[in-house]
Design a protein around this ligand. Structure first.
Ligand SMILES: [Ca+2]
Ligand SMILES: [Ca+2]
Ligand SMILES: [Ca+2]
Length: 119
């Protein structure tokens, strides 16, 4: 019984760290909206985490299951995603998600954009 509880906690911990990017962690000042600066900071952090060999390019191997989703970010078609290509794609996503154009994503805007991305 105790073991079951412990493994449930372990599973939750793993699930929590796996979803390191979206939503909760983004709103670093906790004001309920994700500002452009908060979003950019998380994009940079994600980028750094993904570029495991630190060569300034994300290879398909580094991207893993994200490779297909990011294929259209590779605007120069070299098969690698540079930091500029990555941030351009993410900024475009942010701009599209900010439907009222106030430069920040409310929870509703965030949720709607995430839901649209899954389709
Ligand atoms: Ca790399
Ligand atoms: Ca590229
Ligand atoms: Ca907004």
């Amino acid at each position: 019984m105790k073991l079951a509880v412990l493994s449930a906690i372990a599973a939750l911990t793993i699930a929590g760290s796996a979803s390191a990017n979206p939503g909760k962690n983004l709103d670093s000042d906790g004001d309920g909206v994700i500002s452009q600066a908060e979003y950019d900071a998380s994009v940079q952090a994600n980028w750094t985490a993904l570029d495991k060999d630190g060569n300034g390019q994300l290879s398909p191997a580094e991207l893993g299951d994200k490779a297909a989703r990011l294929a259209d970010a590779d605007s120069d078609g070299d098969g690698q995603i540079s930091v500029a290509e990555y941030t351009a794609k993410k900024s475009a996503w942010f701009a599209a998600a900010d439907t009222d154009g106030d430069g920040a994503l409310s929870k509703a805007e965030w949720e709607a954009a995430k839901a649209a991305k899954k389709k």
